[in-house]
Ligand binder design. Structure first.
Ligand SMILES: C[S@@+](CC[C@H](N)C(=O)[O-])C[C@H]1O[C@@H](n2cnc3c(N)ncnc32)[C@H](O)[C@@H]1O
Length: 312
């Protein structure tokens, strides 16, 4: 089946990354390889490209699109949090650009049959990498009520977290929740009809997003990655991150800000004792959002935020 994805910020993100021939670039989230192809168009022939995705479908698809470029290309099935190890295995210690386009691809949503969509009746899985242990089914059936409420509130900002968690617990006393359809039915029973009627989004949107973020440890991985990424960049190397969730964006913004700080000693100190040095120069002073025309052509772009930093 053809791999589906419409790239968000297709040219703008790559323009910011500024790939130049002969250098080394990493796309940490290959997806449909839309950004990767554009990077390779700029560095090939020559240069080194590393593409990472924790979904094997993305890796297999990327080979079909990228293998024709005459660069040193490595496509790696792994979590981007392991970038330092991935580079070591390739005998590389640093790179000239890193791109992250977070979240899930249209292909995962529509074709993967892993229960990412509330519009299909599929097994409750939601793992990006099918080799990891915990599925959404495990979470929904095994976590206690308190934890379910926490997950739905923290990662989904769901107003009816308590009611939904209550009804999940009641339901699973009779039979397990195995499919997306069962979960959607529980959500419909938990949210007042007048709220469902007024809402612009499907009532299960936030619950599905919260479960996906929890199952794939998305925020934890991003924060860990952001704390280590600067070490892997060469001077003048850039990092571009596209996020789709306010919690993701907060992590990106916070880490950029921390790495952009200079000495933090009180002004009356005669000499710096903190030894803090500016590591990043933030190029996106404000969050970069897609143009109206991009959102009209690709509704998945509506919540996208791009942030960019350059290593000093
Ligand atoms: C929005 S898509 C990327 C689309 C891509 N930029 C394009 O233009 O086609 C996000 C991809 O990132 C992958 N992904 C998410 N978190 C990841 C992680 N921690 N490590 C590796 N891949 C990850 C997902 O499996 C998915 O394929």
């Amino acid at each position: 089946m053809l791999y589906k994805h419409i790239t968000v910020f297709p040219d703008q993100a790559v323009d910011y990354l500024n790939p130049v021939p002969g250098k080394v670039y990493v796309d940490c989230t290959l997806g449909g390889a839309g950004h990767s192809k554009r990077i390779l168009e700029r560095i090939s022939p020559g240069g080194t490209f590393i593409g990472i995705d924790q979904d094997l479908d993305a890796i297999n698809n990327a080979h079909k699109i990228l293998d024709c470029y005459k660069s040193d290309i490595h496509l790696v099935h792994d979590n981007f949090v392991n970038l330092s190890n991935i580079l070591s295995k390739l005998h590389l210690s640093s790179v000239d650009g890193i791109l992250l386009d977070l979240g899930l691809s249209l292909n995962q949503l529509k074709n993967s049959k892993r229960g990412f969509s509330f519009n299909a009746d599929e097994p409750l899985d939601m793992r990006f990498n099918i080799n990891t242990k915990i599925t959404a089914k495990d979470v929904v059936n095994n976590e206690d009520k308190k934890n379910l409420v926490r997950i739905f509130r923290q990662f989904g900002e769901e107003r009816f977290a308590v009611q939904i968690a209550n009804n999940i617990v009641k339901y699973r006393q009779k039979k397990p929740v195995l499919t997306t359809k069962q979960l959607v039915e529980i959500v419909y029973e938990s949210v007042p009809a007048k709220v469902i009627y007024k809402q612009k989004i499907h009532p299960a949107t936030k619950i599905f997003m919260a479960l996906r973020i929890f199952v794939n440890k998305e925020l934890e991985m991003l924060d860990k990655f952001m704390k280590n990424a600067a070490e892997l960049l060469n001077s003048k190397g850039r990092i571009c991150v596209i996020s789709f969730h306010s919690l993701e964006d907060r992590i990106v913004k916070h880490n950029f800000k921390e790495f952009a700080k200079e000495c933090v000693c009180p002004p009356d100190f005669p000499k710096c004792v903190c030894n803090k040095k500016k590591i990043y120069c933030v190029l996106s002073k404000k969050a970069i959002r897609p143009q109206k025309s991009e959102i009209e052509a690709n509704p998945m772009a509506r919540s996208a935020i791009l942030r960019v930093a350059e290593k000093v």
